[in-house]
Design a protein around this ligand. Sequence first.
Ligand SMILES: [Zn+2]
Length: 87
Amino acid sequence: MPIYEYRCEGCGHELEVIQKMSEAVLRDCPECGEPRLKKLVSAAGFKLKGTGWYATDFKDSGKKKQKSEAPAKSEPKTGGCGGGCAH
Ligand SMILES: [Zn+2]
């Protein structure tokens, strides 16, 4: 459910209310009782989606730096008794 922010124009009280979209907007201030609440543009629900700094990635790709390293191979191990063991 979206979070709505209200600010009372009478006393300046601010509050956040979780409401359904279909619910009527609040008007009465819980602080001073005046019907002067005003709905603010929701900033509370705004979250930064961390995309990071891609500028560095662009730089790297511009150099066309190619790594010729082979991916690390995981050699199958036979438990230490692969033939030369004196067990
Ligand atoms: Zn108020």
